[in-house]
Design a protein around this ligand. Structure first.
Ligand SMILES: NC(=O)c1ccc[n+]([C@@H]2O[C@H](COP(=O)([O-])OP(=O)(O)OC[C@H]3O[C@@H](n4cnc5c(N)ncnc54)[C@H](OP(=O)(O)O)[C@@H]3O)[C@@H](O)[C@H]2O)c1
Length: 273
């Protein structure tokens, strides 16, 4: 079991939502954190609320230079990197055929290349460091349940989350000899700024939540992710039934298409006006 006390953890997208919840819970367990995002004032507020022991870094993960500098600053400040959590990301609400080239490239730049640029910088450093509790390091990639089943109006976003899962699956096997664990996280809808940001960026609307729609708190997602930091495993599904539903979808895509068509109908209606 990996000890969280004094573990050095980098969290991208720590200024809000799931990243912030991870920071709060990891700090309470004694981890040394590197908190990264674009809104550095939010990171500084968070750091103060946690006792000011952590390092805050203004970093836009869509910039390869920012990713490189983030990893370098973390290593210089704390002397090692035990866990890199690639969490920064966003969604847009737009049918695939109406997603512009600029929107499509931008979402890949942040969600996918922001992930690979941080990993590329971190792996050589992790590979060189001594093992701690049996591992040289761990990479945690916050993908989504939409990384296993594409959602209407979230096609571009889903594609980035599929890409993250593909990277995690390959990396997990590639980095095994170095004793660097790789874990992908697949939350369902979570109460964060995610949906408001997505609506704002796309000038689109989402239907108000139906009675049957489950959303989790970022604290629950963080708690379940932290369990997989202590005992690394391939995947975390914070809402377990989602894993079985999306697996069913791969066996019976037509059935899931029918369910999704209902959701698309609601989105069509609300965005028609
Ligand atoms: N909420 C959900 O329903 C849900 C479900 C499944 C998966 N996820 C995934 O969970 C992750 C976290 O999302 P969340 O729900 O916590 O959303 P959120 O509340 O909107 O937080 C997103 C975080 O990402 C950061 N971020 C966005 N673009 C960035 C960039 N270019 N560079 C650096 N940081 C950036 C934001 O910080 P700044 O704006 O300060 O840069 C913020 O801290 C995302 O990868 C998302 O895809 C969310």
């Amino acid at each position: 079991m990996r000890n969280l006390q004094d573990m050095v953890v980098i969290i991208t997208g720590a200024s809000a939502g799931i990243g912030k919840a991870l920071a709060e819970q990891l700090s309470a367990r004694g981890a040394k954190l590197v908190l990264a995002a674009r809104r550095v004032e939010k990171l500084d507020d968070l750091n103060r609320s946690l006792g000011s022991n952590h390092l805050t870094v203004k970093a836009d993960v869509s910039s390869p230079t920012d990713c490189e500098q983030l990893i370098a600053r973390a290593a210089t400040h704390f002397g090692r990197i035990d866990t890199l959590i690639c969490n920064a990301g966003y969604g847009i609400v737009r049918p695939v055929a109406q997603t512009s080239e600029i929107e499509m490239r931008a979402i890949f730049q942040t969600n996918v290349f922001g992930t690979t640029d941080c990993i590329r910088a971190a792996v050589p450093l992790m590979s060189k460091q001594e093992k701690r509790d049996g591992f040289r390091g761990q990479i945690v990639i916050v993908s989504s349940a939409a990384g296993r089943r594409g959602l209407p109006y979230f096609g571009a976003y889903s594609a980035t989350k599929f890409a993250q899962l593909g990277l995690a699956e390959a990396l997990r096997v590639e980095l095994r000899p170095q004793r660097i664990a790789v874990t992908s996280v697949h939350p369902i809808g979570t109460h964060t700024e995610f949906f408001t940001t997505a609506e704002g960026l796309s000038a689109s609307k989402m239907p108000s939540r139906g009675a049957g729609e489950v959303r989790q708190s970022p604290a629950v997602v963080a708690r379940k992710t932290i369990r997989a930091i202590q005992r690394p495993r391939p995947e975390v599904w914070p809402f377990a039934p989602a894993r079985y539903l999306v697996s069913l979808g791969t066996l019976m895509p037509r059935v899931v298409d029918r369910v999704m068509a209902k959701y698309r109908g609601e989105l069509d209606q609300i965005n028609a006006s």
